[in-house]
Write a protein that binds this ligand. Structure first.
Ligand code: PHB
Length: 404
């Protein structure tokens, strides 16, 4: 479908949808979202994120910060009010197709924001990437495939690919003098891809992975695996867990007396959980595209506003949600609220400006994934301490991505 056809399709869908929904007369076929009575049709933002289970904190942080960003724009997108339709993904991959089609077909949303989980992201991308609408914005899930073989003009990511924060972590481990490591992660796409990236960098730098442990997702029974680590005595451990599971892992690791074996990993391991993990998280060094103490004016302003609105400290998930909101606000302003102008919306998103992101400036790659700095951080006194840049303007290789 070319862009003109896409536009026609989108507008027809929208006119039909608006007329059916309100039974209102459409004033002009050129401006189908403007009703005769002068009211503006709402822009529907569908959300598919976890609000229960081990990733609940991630879903809530993303949602709160995205809404905060859009509220700062007056809760208006290109002159039209916004309406949210949210579904709890329950981290269920089997339910992902049905949840996606509820948002896309039944609710006719203009944008889908989600998910957190890589398996759900791939399922959603397979459905949405085949259509011209809606536009999907991934505010967390790092599935390499989503901006690789499954990449599509209407899919954008404001977070990371699983490769991005993990690869520099492997390099770091070797640089800090470690010769052997054990990798441990939840057994699903995100864990696999992050461990592979960390191992690739570690091996390239002369290190050896002596054991690769996969824990069923989202189990938090770590005892048997920790005993194995204790008996194998690696120089270091490289781990991916996140949310509630990360707190449990950090605490069990310390309780098993393993703190003498340094723990590394993509920064999700300590992100948003360092306080709750207490002494167990102290000294853990990770690599991530954010650190709470980044000293830039946008980060200071964002953290103050987020804390005021939610009573909580912001984390990387909130930053990714905030930038998803920013992406929608900027693109909708460019097309003056015309959600049917898909090609222009996509172009606006490709050229969106993230100079003011709390994580520091970044831009969209050709595969629609952030090109961004990866920072080295360490937990000190329950907070992230920025130690420097681990990889500057790192771009995911996007292997297999061919835009239509
Ligand atoms: C993922 O499934 O892609 C995922 C989940 C949680 C994270 C990072 C990645 O913290």
């Amino acid at each position: 479908m070319n862009n003109e056809q896409k536009k026609g399709f989108s507008r027809r869908t929208l006119i039909k949808g608006a007329a059916a929904a309100g039974g209102l007369a459409v004033a002009s076929s050129f401006v189908p979202y403007r009703f005769a009575i002068g009211a503006q049709a709402k822009v529907k933002v569908g959300i598919l994120l976890p609000y229960s289970g081990t990733y609940a904190m991630l879903g809530n942080s993303i949602t709160d910060a995205m809404k905060l960003r859009i509220a700062a724009a007056g809760d208006m997108l290109g002159g039209r009010p916004v309406e949210y339709v949210a579904i709890d993904s329950q981290m269920s991959v089997p339910k992902a197709p049905q949840n996606t089609s509820k948002l896309v077909d039944k609710d006719s949303v203009d944008f889908v924001v989600g998910p957190v989980h890589s398996g759900i992201a791939a399922a959603m991308a397979k459905i949405i990437g085949k259509r011209d609408q809606p536009i999907m914005i991934v505010p967390n899930a790092g599935s390499n495939a989503v901006t690789g073989p499954l990449c599509s003009e209407n899919i954008f990511r404001t977070s990371f690919s699983n490769w991005q924060p993990a690869y520099p972590g492997g390099t770091l481990m070797a640089k800090e003098g470690h010769k052997t490591c054990i990798t441990i992660a939840w057994k699903y796409g995100a864990g696999r891809q992050m461990m592979d990236a960390g191992a690739e960098a570690f091996t390239k730098a002369g290190g050896k992975v002596i054991k690769d442990i996969e824990v069923p997702f989202p189990d938090v029974e770590f005892q048997a695996f920790l005993s194995e680590i204790a008996s194998l005595k690696p120089d270091a451990v490289f781990a991916f867990f996140s949310g509630g599971g990360a707190i449990k892992f950090l605490k069990d690791y310390a309780a098993a007396g393993l703190k003498s074996i340094p723990l590394y990993g993509p920064g999700f391991l300590t992100e948003g959980v360092a306080k709750a993990a207490g002494a167990a998280a102290e000294g853990v060094r990770t690599t991530l595209h954010y650190s709470a103490d980044l000293d830039n004016p946008s980060n200071h302003a964002f953290r103050a506003a987020y804390e005021k609105a939610t009573g909580k400290g912001a984390n990387v998930f909130a930053v990714q949600g905030y930038d998803a909101g920013s992406l929608i606000v900027q693109a909708m302003a460019k097309v003056k609220g015309d959600t049917g102008a898909t090609a222009d919306l996509i172009k606006a998103m490709e050229n969106a400006n993230f100079i003011d992101s709390p994580r520091g400036p970044w831009k969209m790659s050709a595969a629609h994934n952030p090109i961004q700095n990866i920072y080295l951080r360490e937990v000190r006194n329950g907070a992230q301490k920025y130690l420097g840049i681990a990889a500057k303007a790192l771009e995911d290789p996007a292997a297999g991505c061919k835009m239509a």
